[in-house]
Every structure is written in structure tokens, then in C-alpha cells.
Ligand binder design. Structure first.
Ligand SMILES: [Zn+2]
Length: 316
């Protein structure tokens, strides 16, 4: 658009020359009045044009500001996610999953700190076969009722536990941190799968992990699972902390024979050096209880990994 001041000047010149021509032609004052009217109409038109232009400029500015904010906030969300801070976006779009482009076969390439998921050689879960039957030291369970909270972390339902539950094994004492569920069970035993599994994650004073796997098959209702389901959070990443206590010993089968091998976390970052203890006797949960978990997580199991010649021992 040309400079408005210049246009004004042109308009004034036009007006003057029209008046001069009218006077020179000796035409009546009517012509002069008409010319003035036309000039005024033109000025009004230009004023409207200027207003529209100003409006458009303001709108463009608003859009630029809005887009800038959107880009900035999505950047800060990504940063928070990278730092491991749960955010709304992280809850809706988990950075890893069990299918598609962020599924297990891609975990190792999604982040540099997750390379072990793809390149590790002591990964979990495995199909437990050819265990060496030996007299394994029984796991000494020292579980007691403790405070708990239930969280749906976007990958599973997890129960975080207050302090006080310990196991002892091979001279080490591990404290139970949390337990969570997978459907179907991640581990197989001689090729056999199970409806679900509970993983009880323990840590010793040096940060070494020992995970006890309790296989779950369908059958009668499970009281402890019911306690957990009764306190299922309505929203992801918003824990429910009931006033009651939970006794995790209720989750264990009667018989405590087990398979044991060295493996990894079954979710990113797939850290190795995890002592696995898979209890041989499954516990039961009702089909309704299993169905409740399926509604949230129909499939949250990593596929079995190569045993890569690892030693597996089992209680005989
Ligand atoms: Zn697990």
C-alpha cells in the first residue's frame, strides 16, 4: 500500500485541480460541490482501508505471539520429560510403549541412555528353560502391613510401598520398593505363558535390584489384587493413597520354590545386573479381576529376550 501521506497529498492536488478546472470552465458551483463530495468519499474509503490494515496487523501479531507461546511451552514440556519429570504430555504420550514406533523393538534407539534395550545380552524377560535343579537357599521373606499408594503411570498399575518389607538372600538384604503388573506375564516357563504377573521390586543398600515375579493364572478371586483395584486412580500419574495398610505377603503363593537368573529391567532403560527370582507356583485371580486390568492395559509385556547362554538355576 502506498504511503498514506503521499496519497493525501495526491488527493488534495486532485481536489484543487478539479476545483480549478471547474472555475476555469466557468461551470456552476454544483460541480465544485460534487468534486468535494467525491474527495470526501475517497477519504472515507481510505480511512476504512487503513482501519482494516491495522486490524490485520494486530491479528498477525496475535497469531505470532500465540504460536511462539505454543512452541515455547512444548519445548519446556519436552525438557521436563527428558529430565524424567512426569508431565501432562508425558502421561498422554508416553515416550515408550508396547507397540508401533515406540514399541519394544525400537526402545534401544529411542534414547542414548536406552541402548541396552537393544544391545544388551543379559536382558529380561526370558523363556525359562533348562534350569539346573539344585538346592536353592529359600528366600527369607520379612513382609508386614505397610502404607501404600496406587499409581497408574501410563505403562502399568504400580503400588508404591512404605518402608518395612525385606527379603534376605545370599547374605544380602533387599527392601521392597514397589510392585506392579503385566498382562500377559512377561516371563514364560518352558514355553508356557500366564495370564498376568506381579513384579515385586527390591533394592539393597548398594542399589542392587532383586525382582520377585509372581505368576498369575485365572481362578479364584485374589484379595490383595482386589484391594489394589479398589483404589485404582481415575487419572494417570495421580496416586491414590488409601488410609489403610497393605500386607504384600498375601500376594505370595504358599510354596516358595523358584527359578533364578541374572537379567535386566523389562522396561527402558533396561538396566542389567538385576537378580530375578521367579516363583514356580502361580497364584490365582478371577477372570473379572484380570478383565479390570485388561481394560487399562490389554498388553503391557515386553517379548522374551535371548537367554544368550545364561545360567538358570531352579529349586528342585
Ligand atoms: Zn515389571
Amino acid at each position: 500500500m502506498p504511503n498514506p501521506r503521499l496519497r493525501h497529498l495526491l488527493l488534495a492536488t486532485l481536489l484543487c485541480s478539479t476545483a480549478a478546472m471547474a472555475a476555469a470552465d466557468g461551470k456552476s458551483a454544483t460541480n465544485l460541490a460534487r468534486a468535494a463530495e467525491e474527495a470526501a468519499a475517497r477519504a472515507r474509503y481510505e480511512q476504512t482501508e487503513r482501519e482494516i490494515e491495522a486490524m490485520l496487523r494486530a491479528r498477525r501479531e496475535a497469531i505470532r505471539r500465540e504460536t511462539g507461546t505454543r512452541v515455547a511451552s512444548s519445548r519446556s514440556r519436552q525438557q521436563a520429560e527428558d529430565d524424567g519429570v512426569p508431565t501432562g504430555k508425558a502421561a498422554r504420550h508416553a515416550s515408550w510403549s508396547y507397540e508401533g514406533e515406540t514399541g519394544p523393538e525400537h526402545w534401544g534407539r529411542l534414547r542414548p541412555e536406552w541402548t541396552r534395550c537393544g544391545a544388551g545380552n543379559r536382558q529380561s524377560p526370558i523363556d525359562i528353560r533348562d534350569g539346573i535343579p539344585v538346592d536353592l537357599e529359600p528366600v527369607a521373606f520379612d513382609y508386614k502391613p505397610v502404607a501404600f499408594s496406587v499409581i497408574d503411570n501410563g505403562h502399568t498399575v504400580q503400588v508404591n510401598l512404605g518402608p518395612g518389607n525385606r527379603i534376605s538372600l545370599t547374605g544380602r538384604s533387599y527392601e521392597l520398593q514397589q510392585f506392579h503388573f503385566h498382562r500377559p506375564a512377561e516371563e514364560k516357563v518352558n514355553g508356557r505363558g500366564f495370564e498376568m504377573v506381579a513384579h515385586l521390586v527390591h533394592k539393597d543398600a548398594e542399589g542392587r535390584l532383586a525382582v520377585i515375579a509372581v505368576l498369575i493364572e485365572s481362578g479364584s478371586a485374589h484379595p490383595l489384587m482386589q484391594t489394589v483395584w479398589n483404589n485404582l486412580p481415575l487419572e494417570k500419574n495421580e496416586p491414590v493413597t488409601p488410609p489403610s495398610l497393605i500386607d504384600v505377603s498375601q500376594l505370595l503363593p504358599q510354596r516358595r520354590e523358584y527359578y533364578t537368573y541374572m537379567g535386566s529391567l523389562t522396561t527402558p532403560p533396561c538396566s542389567e545386573g538385576v537378580l530375578w527370582i521367579v516363583l514356580k507356583e502361580p497364584v490365582q485371580a478371577s477372570t473379572q479381576q484380570i478383565g479390570i486390568f485388561s481394560r487399562l492395559y490389554p498388553m503391557n509385556a515386553r517379548p522374551v529376550q535371548s537367554p544368550a547362554g545364561r545360567l538358570i538355576k531352579e529349586s528342585q
